[in-house]
Design a protein around this ligand. Structure first.
Ligand code: CTP
Length: 410
């Protein structure tokens, strides 16, 4: 089960979430969501509807750390006002999966069962992740309920199209869990990047030298994805220009343009930069590309003595876009440097920031802690106002979050 680049982060410790689980084949997925939020240190309470209890039982959710797990409104072992507790304590309510029946009850403002009453007594963000048979979803009665709830501000995640449990096909599948997971995190995040359009370049570039083979590097795109998701969680609209393989780290809330060569990344970035408020340049762009020896697979018999391939320089995307920015456009650059220690890395970051005309430059050591492909990064960060810090190895999600905070301050 993948929860993406924010599966590990310290930013959500002690946030409070209430999860409602309705009767559906997908209700075991509620347990996966609970586990993912608990891993981040959120307090999660849960309500299992009567229909959900046909599929899953209370001890499962208790064992995964939900406190408390509610069932019926008048259970003897709970406070008579239990239906008001989540509304007073939670910062976000999520119903996943949301059944057709729950949509109907929530749209009507019913308070006849525990979950409906708890949602009715809550005025914060409500995330709904429907899952049901496609004919039930398409029914005008369900669609009318969805529209009522949308108009009242409910955040819908999915449903998706595809195979559903009953063997039919169509719209009605529970959305990918990462999308539900992130929608809740967004609801408890500061919206301090709302109204910003953020460009992120990420991943490697691939420079072909024949019809089959290429020159590249081991960048995964994880750091770029963490930055893209951080900005989205904080309210931004994000467009990522993704080198090969890196788009797989991104949830659908981030707009993606997939490219291969540095030249293509440059063109796409230029295009997006026209409407962007901030540019985050994390891509490990190949500085040179080989002059292609042909469009077919090169035969080794053609070069028995070995192969010499000339390389031509690629455009520097960050430096070029930073040089022709509007005054309000902010630029965050990265650097991978082979520095012996962090103070030396900081000095190199300072130089590179000035050289590239970036507002902020974040550097990591090649061969040091974290970096290419890993889940963590240790960084030296410097900005145009003279602020400088050395950060120990941390989850990329936390590094990304703090870099977004720097972007807002510069
Ligand atoms: N960068 C870019 N376009 C390039 C090369 C780099 O946009 N053609 C960006 C990277 O995304 C990163 C920053 O510039 O944000 C620094 O990249 P780095 O590889 O560390 O430095 P280079 O400029 O390539 O210089 P060198 O490799 O000589 O240190």
């Amino acid at each position: 089960m993948s929860f993406g680049v924010f599966a590990h982060s310290t930013r959500f410790v002690n946030k409070r979430l209430h999860l409602g689980v309705c009767g559906s084949v997908a209700c075991c997925k509620g347990a996966d969501l609970l586990r993912a939020w608990r891993r981040l240190g959120l307090h999660v309470s849960v309500t299992l509807t009567a229909a959900a209890r046909n599929f899953v039982r209370k001890p499962l959710f208790e064992a995964l750390g939900a406190i408390p797990v509610y069932e019926d409104m008048f259970d003897a072992d709970q406070d008579i006002f239990a239906h008001l507790e989540p509304g007073a304590q939670a910062q976000v309510m999520v119903v996943a999966p949301t059944s057709a029946d729950a949509l109907s009850r929530l749209a009507r403002g019913a308070a006849s069962d525990m979950l409906s009453a708890q949602v009715l007594a809550f005025d914060g963000p409500l995330v709904l992740a429907p899952a049901m048979n496609p004919r039930m979803w398409a029914n005008p009665a369900t669609q009318a309920n969805v529209n009522i709830l949308r108009d009242r501000g409910a955040i819908f995640v999915g449903p998706d199209s595809g195979d559903v449990a009953c063997g039919e096909q169509g719209e009605g599948r529970l959305a990918p869990l990462e999308e539900v997971f992130l929608a809740a995190l967004r609801a408890v995040s500061p919206q301090d990047m709302a109204d910003l359009h953020v460009l992120v370049t990420m991943g490697p570039t691939r420079e072909p030298w024949d019809g089959l083979r290429f020159w590249s590097n081991p960048s995964s795109g994880r750091m770029g994805a963490a930055l893209a998701v951080s900005a989205w969680l904080r309210g931004a609209r994000v467009t990522s220009i993704c080198g090969p393989g890196s788009a797989s780290f991104l949830p659908r809330c981030v707009a993606v343009r997939e490219v291969c060569r540095a030249e293509e990344m440059f063109e796409a970035a230029q295009d997006v930069w026209a409407t962007a408020d901030a540019g985050i340049f994390v891509a490990a762009v190949a500085d040179f590309s080989p002059v292609q020896v042909g469009k077919e697979k090169f035969k080794k018999s053609s070069a028995p003595q070995g192969l010499n391939i000339p390389f031509k320089p690629n455009p520097d995307i960050l430096a070029t876009l930073a040089a022709k920015r509007r005054p309000e456009q902010k630029v965050l650059g990265f650097a991978a440097e082979s520095a012996p220690d962090m103070p030396t890395l900081l000095a190199l970051a300072r130089e590179k920031r000035a050289l590239k005309n970036a507002d902020i430059l974040a550097a990591n050591r090649t061969g040091g802690q974290g970096g290419f492909g890993s889940l963590t990064n240790a960084m030296a960060v410097t900005d145009a106002k003279g602020r400088e810090e050395i950060w120990p190895e941390r989850d990329k999600a936390d590094v990304a979050w703090d870099l977004c905070s720097w972007l807002l301050k510069i």
